[in-house]
Ligand binder design. Structure first.
Ligand code: CDP
Ligand code: MG
Length: 695
């Protein structure tokens, strides 16, 4: 009997059909699938609903599709789903578009700061919570949405908390508007805008769904007047928890050792390790790859894949791919992988028990990033990731007695961050009484007053706390920290907006330079080539411009985009520049450039006049000035805090008399990063509202 094989195109077709079948089956097997009808009914019956379910039960990917099928997108209305993190918005939108058998950007899309994939056809829109807050500036009633799902509410990011307060108001205004028709004097914010948004249409009530992975639904229910909560039964296999016998002094090293221990001693299954940020992830990635080369040839291979917020989205997607046969995948993630995204294949979790968090001192008005122990809730979420597809193991790199000392749950971010951004946004939304705003958890009065004071100093608010015209309005429109927004506006007056745009973009990404341990000297020499004796801001401008020049050269040689990309990657490697970060900075740059041009700011350059640029940096960042003390340390002028120059700064050795800085990092000491040397006399001249003393 002759045997027949399918032709290539038939084969392709069959593979495709098999894949689609797989997706259908996967969807059907999710815990949420069995309660579709009940959930849709509950949303119909309740204007506000709380849904609690274990990570991986299908909340984020399935619920919006159920609602779409349930008729919630009639008349072109949109279902909006907010995520605290960019990565989650992007990966989930891609997955759901795939499940709908549709191209991304049609029925399903995502919109995040600096990246929008949606179109007029989009009906299921994933976005960051911060982005929805910005949309509310233009459309205070969020009139295009029939349903808004606030996902990952347990994370309690500052944007989630503000959004919950705002949505409560919007829901109220829309309910009133629909009862009374379009001319109702509404009870909400921005009365004029509200009427405009409702003109010509009757605003249907807004359905609000709060989704959360943790079991603490009561606080959300209480906040929304006793809203109904639905629990979805999850599926979780047992996870063995292992602790260390001794405390680990270097958790990065301990993670490295544990990864290889698992790889060599445990059965098949992928590894997920939780680290605190891009720098740690990249340095561990290099160490793993170095050590993996030394593995005996007969042992299976290791494939590392990072995932963190600022990673470009196409690289984030790698973490979701499976490794080829005989290879073990090691995912190096920030706390993004705790609940926001579900990575398939994980059997082993390594939890060093640390997380990078914002911390704020309301008295000094200083925000800093610190690395702190996780909460019990976070540690439990992390270990849970090992039991998604079968029994797993979690290696906690601390002692069991330490676990008992962890706090139960993380303090909401709104209680530990600088509120200037929040206050500016609320003011722009027409909400004047910030202290009286219905926050789910009120930030301290001192913190609110401090940020009001800061916004007045930046010129965003008038002395009677109103949004100033045009500066305050302009600042609120820019998707940046108020200090950076102000810097752009100031730089347009100083005729060096081009330089400031670069600085702000480069400061918006993590670690532009990288220093591999084995090539430290070469990397330092490369950095020297860009370094300005005036400080780090101008160094960043030099790097950005050199990279742009490299691209320009290959463009002139008529290279295709791919070749240009390759040229840039090579250039970055040769110059010890982090390609991922640089690419991200270029994206941010083009987005902000669009914004400032729309605002009518003048795109001019100061050319060679770097003193002018330093004066401009002083005018922009005067709140972050520091003076050298006789003992070589520095004193931050606004707060009287003692700080040190971070060793990564080009001014670490020269120690100028006076500097402005952009970042405060707290480890064993207070370190300031990203500095420029300035003349102390400029402070009184350029920021008299703050520094001028009366004679
Ligand atoms: O939101 P929740 O944690 O309840 O679950 P989900 O994010 O909707 O994920 C449900 C399932 O979809 C996961 O268990 C994954 O198997 C799958 N998924 C995926 O394969 N790829 C993604 N990018 C997202 C989800
Ligand atoms: Mg989810």
């Amino acid at each position: 009997m002759p045997s027949f094989s399918a032709g290539a195109s038939t084969q392709k077709q069959q593979n495709y059909q098999r894949w689609r079948q797989q997706i259908r089956e996967q969807r059907k097997s999710l815990p949420i699938a069995s309660v579709e009808k009940r959930l849709v009914d509950e949303v119909r019956k309740n204007d506000t609903l709380i849904i609690v379910g274990e990570t991986g039960s299908g909340k984020t990917t399935q619920l919006p599709q159920f609602l779409y099928d349930g008729g919630f997108c009639q008349d072109g209305k949109v279902i909006g789903i907010t995520q605290p993190r960019r990565v989650a918005a992007v990966t989930v939108a891609k997955r759901v578009a795939e499940e709908c058998n549709d191209q991304l950007g049609k029925k399903v899309g995502y919109s995040i700061r600096f990246d929008d994939s949606t179109s007029n056809a989009t009906r299921i829109k994933y976005m960051t919570d911060g982005l929805l807050l910005r949309e509310a500036l233009l459309d205070p009633l969020l009139s295009k949405y029939s349903v808004i799902v606030v996902d990952e509410a347990h994370e309690r990011t500052v944007h989630t908390d503000v959004l919950l307060g705002l949505l409560k108001k919007v829901q109220h205004s829309r309910a009133n508007a629909s009862e009374n028709g379009k001319t109702l004097p509404n009870a909400g914010h921005s009365q004029n805008l509200t009427q405009k948004a409702c003109q010509g249409t009757r605003c249907a009530p807004l359905k609000l769904i709060i989704m959360s992975a943790s079991l603490d639904a009561k606080c959300f229910s209480d906040y929304f007047g006793g809203a109904k909560a639905v629990h979805i039964q999850g599926r979780q296999y047992p996870v063995d928890i292992l602790y260390t016998y001794q405390p680990e002094s270097d958790y990065l090293d301990a993670t490295l050792v544990t990864i290889f221990q698992i790889h060599l001693e445990e059965g098949p299954g992928d590894i997920l390790a939780f680290l605190t940020g891009q720098e740690e992830i990249e340095s561990l990635e290099r160490l793993i790859n170095e050590r993996a080369r030394l593995l005996p040839p007969e042992s299976s291979k290791i494939w590392t894949t990072p995932i963190y917020s600022s990673l470009p989205s196409e690289q984030q997607m790698n973490a979701f791919k499976s490794a080829s046969a005989g290879t073990r995948k090691v995912v190096l993630a920030t706390n993004i992988a705790e609940t926001s995204v579900t990575i398939p294949g994980i059997k082993y979790v390594i939890d060093p028990g640390m997380v990078k968090a914002r911390a704020y001192n309301p008295v000094t008005g200083m925000e800093s990033l610190i690395i702190i122990p996780v909460s019990k809730a976070q540690a439990l979420q992390r270990s849970g990731r090992a039991g998604r597809e079968g029994p797993g193991k979690c290696f906690r790199l601390f002692q069991e007695s330490e676990f008992d000392k962890l706090v139960d749950s993380t303090v909401p971010e709104i209680k530990r961050c600088n509120l200037s951004n929040v206050v500016l946004q609320l003011k722009a939304l027409g909400i004047d009484d910030i202290i009286g705003f219905d926050f789910m958890e009120k930030p301290s009065r001192t913190a609110i007053l401090k940020s009001l004071e800061q916004l007045i100093l930046l010129g965003a608010l008038t002395d009677d706390y109103k949004l100033s015209d045009p500066v305050g309005h302009q600042m609120a429109r820019l998707p940046l920290d108020p200090m950076y927004s102000k810097a752009l506006i100031v730089s347009s007056e100083f005729k060096c907006l081009e330089e400031m745009l670069i600085v702000v973009s480069m400061l918006s990404v993590e670690s532009i330079f990288f220093f591999p341990r084995e090539k430290l000297e070469e990397a330092r020499a490369a950095r020297k080539g860009f370094e300005s004796s005036d400080g780090d801001h101008i160094t960043l401008v030099n790097v950005y411009r050199a990279a742009a020049e490299c691209l320009e050269k290959s463009k002139n040689a008529n290279a295709k985009e791919r070749t240009m990309d390759k040229a840039l990657i090579r250039w970055c490697r040769e110059n010890f520049i982090n390609h991922r970060s640089l690419k991200h900075a270029r994206d941010v740059h083009s987005q902000i450039q669009g914004h400032v041009q729309q605002m009518g700011l003048n795109l001019s350059s100061c050319g060679e006049d770097m003193a002018l640029f330093r004066r401009c940096l002083t005018a922009a960042f005067f709140l972050n000035a520091a003076m050298r003390q006789p003992d070589g340390s520095y004193r931050a002028l606004a707060t009287s805090q003692s700080v040190q120059i971070h060793p990564s700064s080009g001014l670490f050795r020269t120690k100028p008399d006076c500097v402005i800085f952009n970042e405060l990092v707290r480890t064993t000491q207070n370190y300031v990063k990203n500095l420029t040397r300035i003349d102390p006399l400029w402070l009184a001249e350029l920021a008299p509202q703050y520094y001028a003393t009366e004679d």
